[in-house]
Design a protein around this ligand. Structure first.
Ligand code: SF4
Ligand code: SF4
Length: 359
């Protein structure tokens, strides 16, 4: 019989992932260089490492593992072309929060890599082989938010601090939240998740009734701690407000820095450039870009269809809460709260959207 639930101590999960890192690329949250806990990000996890649970949410999401901020698409020599080699190891991402796991279900509709294309044939036509190749090699082990941080609003956009979308396995801290010690309840949500638990079953104990009961209690408590805002049903109001002067008011303080797009787990705009050396060899690079920059939409003719910050802010908001409802069948904000936490002038996308929802 397939194993679909297991109990494991945090120490033992660290040992198991450390062992697996010898044959796979394993990632887990860890402090970024010189930034401490506020700069938690996903870093390679190796044998002998200790899993870190003392983070509410990472500063950068795990998006960059499958869709790197900067990647070589191909190497070339004049009159020659050679694709970048595909990764040959499987990937495990541990500790992504449920909103970030859900974000990958949206990125799948952009880049492909999942069979769930929401019925839109364009997603197959424009399959991105770089993302899709990593996607199919990746096992996602999400970690529930027992104590969601202040800026989170996943329950307002169809998610949950204990959500399961996008995760192969969900993990829940049973007590001892954010401590290195304690136990985890792991539940397989997909066939690859079940295969993982089955293949490593000697590392797991069986959950007892009090464990599953504690899981349910923690879930209820976490969900109740978040206020549900009427932001998911705002599409019609936003569409009607396209030319509204209120866009000036919600944008006036914006610096156009693009931080909100870089930290967002669902933003996916990129640029492609070729860098060449004197010998005719070079690389084609893909790097993250941002709709908040004026050059992003500037045409070679000099014309720019989004010349003002107001237009760019409107684009970002409408894209998340209106356009992807049409193209991907979902609001593409997962309520992770990063853009709220990291905007240097405290702009809050919830307030922007609500100002239209309640107008
Ligand atoms: S728009 Fe903001 S809250 Fe929504 S997913 Fe992106 S970063 Fe998170
Ligand atoms: S992070 Fe804030 S200031 Fe920077 S572009 Fe986004 S909304 Fe504007």
């Amino acid at each position: 019989m397939a194993v679909d639930m297991g109990i494991i101590t945090k120490d033992n999960l660290g040992k198991l992932l450390g062992d697996l890192s010898k044959t796979r690329d394993v990632y887990a949250p860890a402090p970024g260089p010189g930034t401490g806990r506020e700069g938690m990000e996903y870093r390679s996890f190796a044998s002998g490492g200790k899993l870190d649970f003392a983070y509410p949410s990472t500063r950068l999401s795990s998006k960059g593992i499958l869709f790197p901020q900067r990647e070589v698409l191909l190497f070339f020599k004049v009159a020659e072309q050679q694709g970048a080699p595909p990764p040959d190891r499987e990937i495990i991402i541990f500790g992504l929060r449920p909103c970030d796991a859900k974000a990958f279900t949206f990125l799948d509709t952009v880049f492909g890599g999942s069979d769930d294309t929401k019925g839109n044939p364009l997603y197959r036509k424009f399959l991105d082989p770089y993302y899709a190749e990593r996607r199919k090699r990746t096992l996602f082990i999400s970690l529930a938010c027992n104590e969601p941080p202040y800026a989170c609003f996943c329950t307002s956009v169809g998610g949950s601090p204990f959500g399961t979308e996008g995760a192969d396995i969900t993990a829940v801290e049973l007590g001892d939240t954010r401590s290195e010690k304690g136990r985890l309840l792991l539940t397989a949500r997909t066939a690859p998740g079940k295969d993982f638990l089955e293949a490593n079953k000697s590392s797991f104990g069986s959950p007892a009734a009090p464990d599953t009961a504690m899981n349910d209690t923690l879930k209820k408590k976490a969900e109740a701690s978040l206020k549900v805002l009427p932001v998911a049903e705002v599409k019609k109001k936003l569409d009607e407000s396209f030319d509204d002067e209120a866009w000036e008011a919600v944008t006036v303080n914006c610096l156009g820095c693009g931080v909100c797009t870089y930290v967002c787990p669902t933003c996916h705009c990129f640029d492609i450039t070729d860098e060449t050396g004197n010998d005719g060899s070079g690389v084609r690079l893909r790097t993250w870009d941002s709709c908040q920059y004026p050059l992003f939409t500037k045409h070679a003719s000099g014309h720019n269809p989004r010349v003002s910050k107001k237009q760019r802010m409107r684009q970002r908001t409408m894209h998340k809460f209106s356009y992807t409802v049409e193209t991907a069948g979902m609001v593409s904000c997962v309520g992770c709260g990063r853009c709220v936490r990291y905007c240097p002038v405290n702009l809050d996308i919830r307030e922007s959207v609500l100002s239209f929802a309640q107008s």
